[in-house]
Ligand binder design. Structure first.
Ligand code: AMP
Ligand code: MG
Length: 414
């Protein structure tokens, strides 16, 4: 067995999560191919070129409130009376403010030259053609300054950013109508296992429903991948080779469920080894080991274990960061944990780090608490539907109720 511990599943060495992740991420390369799309089609895509502001935002000083634009030099204390010399709604541009007068002004309208503050209408009283200002403002009050958001030509969104609604709004605000984004990552997947039947069909003896295919597709869809599903593949060496080859021929990444153990019915290992290269990593997490990673005809391959919860956890912890990097993302590849107290004891820690299906919620006092699911079985999918994240229970460490641990909310993992 090599030092990296990656040559054999039967070897004794458990690879720490951080080491496995680093190895994986070093091998992930962003897809080549950039397309320019209208803003409205960019949600979820990864930016390939910077977005630079076409304009200064706001382009001019403007009013933050409905009220009156004045010059503070004209204020004579509380109750100053000024004639109203003009009206400036949003979309208009006013004239310079005549000395000794006020301009009626509305939110977003340009502050006229010679005015240095806006008094909110709530402290004013209109009286015929005059306004009485009950409390004089400070100079600069209620004015949004030109350029306080962005300067012209300033970079406002960096390449490698996944486009969320706020980025779309920002691009529009700076006058950019289309974005250069990486093309979508194409992922081909199939499930191994002769026991599998698609939902909607009757179950025969010894059969179970193929849930992993749907979980995997959902996970990939949520990341904005283009998914090519090759369905279920017979547990034979030839069928597995044929499916792998077909998958690699049409995708940027091949993913599979099941068949990565070293049992007599597990054909993925020999099939990938025949068509390319394979590393099998026993990773020091629960649920987790093993994770299969390799290349088939130059295309990366990630094989997740068949147990439905293990598949989900290994996807979130390993495949997800790998995919994000392939999609062109440069930051936020790994989840940012929260911290909270557990509401259970953990007297028998494992030598592997446990990613426990857990729920973070507020207790009666409004304090965040982490509860764990009653079963640790990696076959119990209802545990994931019950949870809203994974609690990270450190290796070799006894924990007591009230101890703080890291919590990875699903919003950071999906
Ligand atoms: P394997 O990794 O193929 O040895 O499978 C491990 C366990 O996961 C077995 O109990 C399988 O029946 C189950 N399993 C494998 N593939 C799937 C699947 N696609 N959907 C649901 N369960 C599966
Ligand atoms: Mg199997």
């Amino acid at each position: 067995m090599s030092d990296c511990g990656c040559s054999s599943i039967s070897g004794p060495k458990l690879k720490p999560l951080e080491e496995a992740l680093e190895l994986l991420l070093n091998l992930a390369k962003a897809v080549e191919g950039v397309e320019t799309l209208p803003l409205s089609e960019c949600l979820g895509r990864v930016l390939a070129e910077p977005v630079n502001s076409q304009v200064t935002v706001p382009p001019w000083d403007n009013s933050a409130m409905d009220g009156y634009a004045i010059n503070t030099a004209d204020m004579k204390g509380d109750g100053t009376r000024l004639p109203v010399s003009q009206r400036i709604p949003a979309g208009a541009s006013g004239d310079p403010l005549e000395p000794g007068t006020a301009a009626r002004i509305f939110t977003g309208a340009p502050v006229p030259p010679n005015a240095d503050a806006v008094v909110i209408q709530e402290v004013c009283e209109a009286d015929g053609d005059d306004v009485i200002i009950k409390q004089p403002p400070e100079a600069g009050a209620n004015i949004r300054r030109a350029g306080e958001d962005t300067e012209k030509d300033q970079q406002v969104i960096a390449p490698g950013t996944r486009i969320e609604p706020q980025h779309i709004g920002l691009a529009a605000a700076v006058g950019v109508g289309e974005l250069a984004v990486y093309r979508r990552l194409k992922v081909a997947l199939f499930s191994s296992g002769d026991e599998l039947v698609d939902p909607g069909q009757p179950l025969g003896p010894g059969q179970i429903y193929n849930s992993n295919e749907y979980t995997l597709k959902g996970l990939l869809d949520a990341l904005g991948c283009e998914v090519v599903s090759l369905g279920m593949v017979e547990d034979t060496f030839d069928a597995t080779c044929e499916a792998l080859s077909r998958a690699a021929g049409q995708a940027d990444l091949v993913m599979t469920s099941g068949g990565v153990s070293v049992g007599e019915e597990d054909y993925l290992k020999p099939a990938v080894e025949k068509l390319g290269t394979l590393d099998m990593w026993k990773i020091a997490i629960r649920p987790g080991k093993p994770l299969a990673f390799g290349h088939i005809e130059g295309v990366p391959f990630v094989g997740t274990p068949g147990n439905p919860v293990t598949l989900f956890v290994t996807f979130c912890l390993f495949a997800r960061p790998f995919i994000l990097k392939m999609q062109g993302m440069t930051e936020g590849l790994t989840p940012t944990p929260l911290r909270a107290a557990i509401d259970f004891d953990w007297p028998k820690p494992d030598k592997r780090r446990e990613f426990a299906r857990a729920r973070l919620q507020l207790d009666d006092q409004g304090v965040p608490r982490i509860s764990s699911y009653r079963s640790r079985s990696s076959g119990v999918l209802s545990s994931l539907a019950w949870s809203n994240g994974l609690a990270v229970l450190p290796e070799n460490q006894v924990l007591n109720k009230g101890d703080q641990v890291e919590f990875l909310p699903f919003s950071e993992l999906l």
